[in-house]
Write a protein that binds this ligand. Structure first.
Ligand code: FES
Length: 177
């Protein structure tokens, strides 16, 4: 009796990402003088983010070729470091502290309220790109816990009601802008 088997592979092809925005050309120009050495990869990603505000996914195939690795490896690096963005930043970003003092004082409910008001998850932007949320670490201002940061200002201690009012004010300002 003959055996039949189906081929299975651990490797999944990566979809081609179309770039009709010129972003890849801008990334190429930015990295013109960077050595194709993996030790330079993080510096290169920071340079791209500094110039463009994020590292576009469209540049992954170029980055893989530049640093002689696979697109999957580049994607892994981009998603490993929380400071690296792969989407354009929102125009106004509320930074939610994920540190222990804030968590102990109820920041999870503040996060849920902000996500519900903005209509987006953490580290995402609302559909119109005006407002967004970003998870940040404790920077030692725990006496204001639970807090958010907005345009370099600390806002806290916050109640859920405060968070909802803040989100609604920001939405109204974004709507009028
Ligand atoms: S835990 Fe949030 S500021 Fe320290």
């Amino acid at each position: 009796m003959g055996l039949t088997s189906r081929h299975s592979s651990r490797f999944t092809p990566i979809d081609f990402i179309a770039d009709d925005t010129g972003l890849v050309a801008r990334v190429q120009a930015l990295l013109d003088d960077v050595e194709p050495d993996r030790a330079q990869m993080l510096e290169a990603l920071h340079r791209i983010q500094h110039e463009l505000g994020y590292v576009p996914k469209e540049a992954i195939p170029f980055l893989a070729a530049k640093f002689k690795t696979t697109p999957a490896m580049i994607y892994g690096v981009l998603t490993f470091y929380s400071e690296i963005r792969t989407e354009p930043p929102p125009r106004v970003e509320v930074q939610w502290c994920s540190g222990p003092a804030c968590l102990l004082k109820g920041s999870r409910n503040i996060r849920l309220a902000l996500e519900a008001e903005f209509g987006c998850g953490m580290n995402e932007s609302a559909p119109d790109g005006a407002l967004g949320l970003r998870l940040v670490q404790c920077d030692g201002t725990c006496h204001l816990a639970p807090l958010v940061r907005l345009n370099g200002r600390y806002i806290g201690p916050l109640t859920v009601t405060d968070a909802i009012q803040l989100a609604r004010r920001l939405k109204e300002e974004a709507r009028r802008a």
